[in-house]
Design a protein around this ligand. Structure first.
Ligand code: GRF
Length: 204
């Protein structure tokens, strides 16, 4: 299968995904990396792996609909079977989501359904939570509300601040979580059935 990845910045999740494709843990071919921001570190990571990459700059479009149309056309041209949003920070329109629904995943840095949207680390700290985590879910029209496939968690430490919590979550959870789920999707073990995530024929 062909895998496309959408990014907006640093690309640490992208790096973990491309490494897992390169060593066979994800049985898929990365066919395109798309960014909505030019000159971000993630694009250089794609270049280092020899993966096709491009920018569709959201600032060049009059509104979300026109941007999403262009983004969707660029994505479709790469004929991806699987699409991974990895630190992609644009809210996508329903029209775009319907175009790719059932084969599009996102990583969100919270234990969904807790803390949809932004500032998840800050909210977990402000609420005095014991646990914090990340979730891989299918992308649907409602933000961060698609079927959750897998989560990983860490215990919040007394001396944690937003930066340390984000770093520990990335290192201890996110970088392993996404390659595992994408290996399920690429091997055909994971399927989308009418809004439900199904692994090895068992609803999750
Ligand atoms: N959606 C969130 O944005 C961050 C992106 O980091 P990177 O993968 O671009 O380094 C990650 O923490 C991801 O969960």
């Amino acid at each position: 299968p062909r895998l496309a990845v959408l990014i907006s910045g640093t690309g640490r999740n992208l790096q973990a995904i491309l490494e897992a494709c390169a060593d066979g843990r994800i049985p898929a071919t990365p066919s395109l990396v798309l960014s909505n921001r030019p000159d971000v570190a993630g694009l250089q990571r794609a270049a280092d792996f020899g993966v096709a990459h491009a920018t569709v700059d959201h600032r060049a479009y009059p509104d979300r609909e026109h941007f999403d149309q262009a983004l969707g056309d660029a994505l479709e041209a790469a004929q991806p079977d699987i699409i991974a949003l990895a630190g992609f920070m644009r809210i996508l329109t329903p029209g775009f989501i319907r175009r790719f629904k059932g084969r599009m995943f996102n990583i969100h840095p919270s234990l969904l359904p807790l803390y949809r949207g932004l500032h998840t680390h800050r909210q977990a700290l402000e609420n005095g939570d014991t646990w914090h985590g990340a979730s891989i879910h299918y992308v649907t029209e409602e933000l961060d509300a698609g079927a959750v496939i897998k989560q990983g968690r860490i215990r919040i430490q007394a001396d944690d601040d937003e930066a340390s919590l984000a770093r520990r979550l990335m290192e201890n959870v996110e970088l392993a979580l996404y390659p595992e789920v994408l290996s399920w999707a690429a091997s055909g073990r994971l399927q989308w059935r009418d809004g439900i995530a199904v692994l090895d024929d068992q609803p999750l």
